[in-house]
Write a protein that binds this ligand. Sequence first.
Ligand SMILES: [Zn+2]
Length: 712
Amino acid sequence: MSYLNQNLAEFNYLKHLVLLYGDGKNPWTKERLKYYVAHLCNDGKPDDWLFDSFLFINTKSTSGRDYVADINLGKSMSGEGDFFTICSPNPANKLDWENLLDFYFGEDGALSTLDETIKELSGVITPPQSLRNVVLTLPYPHITQKEFGILNPNGKILNFSVTGQNLTQATRSRLEAEIWFVERIVDLWSKARFSNINLLGLYWIFETVYRSWEIDDHFLLKELRKHINSRGLKFVWIPFYATYNFHLLENYKDYYFDIAFLQPNFLFYKNGKCIEKAVTVAKKTGAGIELEYYMDLDEPISIKNEKHLRFRKYLNAGVTHGYMTQSACAHFQGVDSLEKMYHHPDPIEREFYEDIYLFVKGTYQAKPYPPVPSGSYFIPRKRVAISIDLGGTRLRMGVVDALGKVIHYRQESTPKTRQEIIDRIVINVKEGLRFAKAEGFKVIGIGISTGGRVDFENGVIVDSTSLLPDWKEVPIKKIIEEQINIPVFVDHDGHCAALGERSFGKGKSSSNFISIVLGTGIAGGIYVAGKLLRGTSNFTSEIGHISVDPSGPKCSCGSYGCVELFSSGSGIERWAREKVLSGVQFGNVKDLSAKAIGDAARSGEIFAIDLLKSAGEKLGVAATGLVNVFNPDLIIISGSLVELPDIYFQAFEETLRRRAIRPTADKLEIVFSDFSQDAGVIGAAALVFGQIEYDGCQNNMEQPDNRGGADD
Ligand SMILES: [Zn+2]
């Protein structure tokens, strides 16, 4: 078997059906409906159609009486065992049912508004090839309703309960009310003469089919369906994830319904169900799949992120399990979620809006979680991070937006003493705040990218190398937060650069990459399976201190022959000086900086060419070890040394490719970062956005067993 196929002529080419929850107090307007009918560009103009089918659902009447019954699911939400219908103590009556008809068919009702919305948009977008489908909800006939109302002048007051009558009589009364309602819909529809919508069918709002000594929904549904079909309409159902319902789904087309979508119920419950299992059942029974993506913006951030994670899985599973393009899909989205996503300042929400559009169009591609902000869509109130990049030579400050764009920048020489560095960082942060305030941006955090070993949890610089000799035991997070009431995050510069690549740069498409920053020293960051390696104490990625010559010079770290002593900016200068002192002839012995050596190599100076070639080889040797151990598919090079001549990088790559284990090296790509000098400030901003936006989720990802179900 397969899913309920999408795009079938018998269902008027139904592909993606969106559930539109409403109530009489909040009628559907063109302004609200346009977010479902069309996709909107950044400037708010429609450029394409969105959902092809619309299901209107009201759960309560304007008087507060219930159209829908609950299922007793027990405490476990397991969908196993003893569940039954819980009818409302306040059930809707005939008047409420008529109000619902009015909600659908009234002068400014949902249907004429939808028809009008599509008509107006058809003047802007090429009209769709088939009429958009509408499905209308039938209210549930509660057995607690003893006085529903009178349906025809000589009739009696309908009683849905077994009080004073037997079950057959009660069920026939319930059926009579439903058939009356169907006939009213058929009649009102034919009179309305809508030109842009097609009445595809009617929806059974109760999520299982139940029979007991006082309820017989089996009989009711079989008879009701015959009547609905006789009017050329389809009967639609979206059952809850439950073993009992799987059994009903096996025969749903024979007995009860024409169209059914299985709700995986993956989003709502702490112990979410498994999408894979729902897919298996849907395929076995010929059902469609429902996606659930309710973005309640007021919920705590950890839950919000869990919802992001789970919705991302829904979308991704649509690709891996094929339901995006093969199966008819129902989309549960709460109330006005697409409108909220479209206008949301959080780029994650905004990105979901675009992804839903791509999903409906069938061109969405699975994305890793956490999602990375991408594209250049409009973000209403711009949120920014202030970044400090403290290197051995330069102190840089940037104001960076949520898409990784540097919108304000300044740099100065790194001061010498601990106190001077602290003072200059504070002054630069205040300058960033002043700029952000003047531009009307909201500063969500301050990120500091620094050389040295960093206690990431507490924001303390623990220790440093000779490049920043006085920079140790600095509780920089505490110092700044005491002066400025904005959260501060501090990390090693190599880590920050890797975070920046992952969020905004060439690392966006790779889960296993190594970022190497070549500056005064050499730092790096290693991503494995989409996570930055931090090790026991956050002291990972000291790539500069991989020894490439055990008998080489002593390093400030205590080891000998570290690659930083040969291949970094300071290393190239040191090595050049060592060679000059040992008697090698070189024209300009006064300036032996890496930049000067690079210039000399470009002008053909043999000494400089040889030195850079050797420096590149040493770096290649160090990287070979990393590649053999971590098996990345990508190495991203950034830092000030990217300005060096090609000879250095050719020697690096040739050495690495020659030495690394064959199958590992074959799949490896080596690229330059897009960020050059900005890698540090962009990375420090990625640190801030990552901590503030994604932190709860990353924690959740580490506990798949008790949270995410088996889909992890
Ligand atoms: Zn070292």
